[in-house]
Design a protein around this ligand. Sequence first.
Ligand SMILES: Nc1ccn([C@@H]2O[C@H](COP(=O)(O)OP(=O)(O)OP(=O)(O)O)[C@@H](O)[C@H]2O)c(=O)n1
Ligand SMILES: C[C@](O)(CO)[C@H](O)COP(=O)(O)O
Length: 385
Amino acid sequence: MKRFSFVIVAGGSGSRMGGERKQFRLLGGRPMWRWSAEMAASMAEEGIGEIVLVLPRGEVTPPPWRQSARIPLRLAGGGASRAESVLSGLNAASFDYVMVHDAARPFISISLMRRLMEETSEGVGAVPVLPASDAIKRIDGERVEAVDRDGLYMTQTPQSFYRPTLMAALRERGPAAKDEAEAWLASGLELHCVEGERLNFKVTWPDDLHIAERIAEGRRAPTVRTGLGYDVHRLVPERPLILGGVLIEDSPLGLLGHSDADLLAHAVADAILGAAGLPDVGTLFPASSEEYRDADSMELLKTAVDLVVEAGWTIAWVDAVVQAQVPRLSPHLVEMRKRLSAILNPDLPNCVSLKAKSAEGTGDPGLGGSMTCWASATLYGDGTR
Ligand SMILES: Nc1ccn([C@@H]2O[C@H](COP(=O)(O)OP(=O)(O)OP(=O)(O)O)[C@@H](O)[C@H]2O)c(=O)n1
Ligand SMILES: C[C@](O)(CO)[C@H](O)COP(=O)(O)O
């Protein structure tokens, strides 16, 4: 199998875009260069052995990226021209074959990469092209001249080559080469063209960035997580029975605990915290702390919800089951659901399902000595935090 270094050139100044360097701007929560880096990293089994990121001159600090252990990320310093940046990346690369890609083309596809890899050999380079689709004029000051569009193609990246030969061709051609294909052809080498993709456009002008932002937002696949929560408390006389923030007035028994012992609120809080990968209720609100003596557990749940939301998650659904031999809970379930939903997600007034089960007389819960509760939570987020 041919093994490729995937060189991403991100050394430009983005003068036509203006403002902050375009290749590091966020698109759908990720810097632009990372869109193609992640696509390339997903092709480890298909011959991509490493990613070489060429950064602007004097800025070779590792960008934050949780990279895959299988695909190393190497860094290189850019040059004054694109060709010099490419050469710097080729020097830092270690595989025989190379694909050179603009950081400014975030929407590269796996199928395009596969077609280019297949077409490339020691003597043959491969580039994606698209036929020019607008009528073309050459304008020189006041002079306007129509240019025949037939046979004119626009070249995209990645451009794929045998690395040692490309390096020689680029050195020969010098910094003027607009792209690698130009240097390759100038050295009399064979070039194959594959069909490019309109989505693989180069973000060059401010309007391109607006279009790219729209596309990126549309592609932002939500990350879905589930979490599990559980709690148990003893049932004793002379304690209030509070479940899901509802005081059950006619109950002769209540739950014993450091807080108000609302085990439904605790199990739900643990389910959402677990789904978000945050510390559990016992860690956040320790029973050893006086601060939480007789605490209102719906307030604790509210704090847990705030933490989960701050971490970038939206609560989509919670399902819970309370196991209680006594008292009968069914008359209170609607109110509990309402109160829990209002805290969990005010935009989703019905985001809680709740069941009550007797213990069928079995074990301690069956004898009315304790109550238990299980809850599951489903969250979604963009996975970027
Ligand atoms: N000295 C340079 C110049 C460009 N590039 C990279 O080459 C790609 C070519 O895209 P282009 O739109 O030309 O980028 P810029 O040169 O940054 O843009 P501009 O010409 O508008 O200044 C970009 O990913 C850019 O970061 C580079 O690595 N080193
Ligand atoms: C490499 C390239 O993207 C192919 O179309 C193009 O040549 C880059 O040109 P630029 O002037 O550096 O934008």
